[in-house]
Write a protein that binds this ligand. Sequence first.
Ligand code: MV4
Length: 496
Amino acid sequence: MKKILIANRGEIALRIMRSAKEMGIKTVAIYSEADRNALHVRYADEAVCVGPPPSAESYLLGDKIIEICKKLKVEGIHPGYGFLSENADFAKKVEKAGITFIGPKPKAIKVMGNKLAAKDAVKQYDIPMVPGVDEAITDVKAAEKIAAKIGYPILIKAAAGGGGKGMRVVEQAKDFKEQMDRAVSEAVSSFGDGAVFIEKFVASPRHIEIQVLADTHGNVVYLFERECSIQRRHQKVIEEAPSAILTDELRAIMGESAVKVAKACDYVGAGTVEFLVDDQLNYYFLEMNTRLQVEHPVTEMITGIDLVKEQINIARGKKLSCKQEDLKIQGHAMELRVYAEDPANNFLPDIGKLKTYVRPQGLGVRVDDGFEEGMDIPIYYDPMIAKLITYGSDRKDAINRMIRAIDEYNIVGVKTTLAFGKFVMQHKAFTSGNFDTKFVGTHFTPEMLEHADKKEAEIAAWLAAKLMAKKKQPELVANKAEQRSNWNRKGWKSRL
Ligand code: MV4
């Protein structure tokens, strides 16, 4: 493979191109009209506009993307995450066109794309699963009986669902039928597939996922876990590796389960097996994500493995670069997703222009982003500005470094999740390691960030007073963030 097309945008497109470049592979970017000036377009060796801003008219046009590949003699397509990455039909068409899909076979994508099919595929492999049914419910009366046997509360899930969509908790038997009817109609309208099933509801689970790599020679390894319990609206905001609660023994057992899941669907490439872990450290298989994930960098930091490089080499038919016994966890990594959104307003997107955009730097800090100062965050796509990743010798080190990096990050023009990230890093429930998927709902209210702002205003007032005392004209400052950057400059000067 000498030339690949990256069917994606933003930070992940850049991330993939960087590894390709190191491997001597030429890159082709695609972009929508909203992304003409985007960094991934500038970074690529060639770039082709695929259409207007909406994804359905640009990044999701599989046939058009395949045509571009043929014209430019592209030999492989990396889909990144989102968009076409878990579209089995697209993967099939790519293969048919004689182009390498850098990812698993269409069949594995399809099986894992349906939760019931996934459960069915892994059921001979001795993988722990949440008590429940393993087929779509057709008879409500029969399902009610099963629910009573499992014990309430139970959870209704859509087979075609994902990311928490179409889930319904049923607390008591008398609500079963009504919730079932709602779940089915929601599943039909959201996924075009009314198939639902039920599971025992695990009350305050942790979300722990295992990274796996599988080559075409039958080798499968696990690259340990990522702890992803800090979420809001079923979207992750903070991830880390390793998890603070796993013992080496449980880590190996879960890792081996993840490898079995990969083998159950003849998996090839990089994939992630999601588990729920309850307060007794019981773990249950949930689903498998058949793509490179947003949070893959924390795994790269603790293993030293370049996951994109592995994906490309696997697609070329090469063997994995590492054996299970060679893989070791080194240190600890944290990731904060820096979203253009307002944590004080229910995390609603806050798009606009990046008037100031200064990245943190220094030892153990990695920023994966696709923006520069002056750029607009488009309204058409995910509002993630950057992933801020820190690495340290242990968890405490990684947390302290994350706080330092958040303080260095200077973003003006849009509201972000930076202050929220700092709040989490300083929260006892987080630093203790004893937290679950309810963290945000339990510990966070917007007033907590207002308090953080107040502290900053106090510092600024103090600084202004000091400057006045020196009879120097203080620089006119327009907002808090600018005040802070002045404060930083002052800090440096006083040390020189
Ligand atoms: C569950 C659960 C409790 N019990 N299944 C949410 C997303 C989807 N991947 C699965 N999810 C859950 N499934 C049972 N049987 C709780 C969740 C869940 C959750 C899972 C992972 C991360 C965050 C979550 C937030 C709320 C609920």
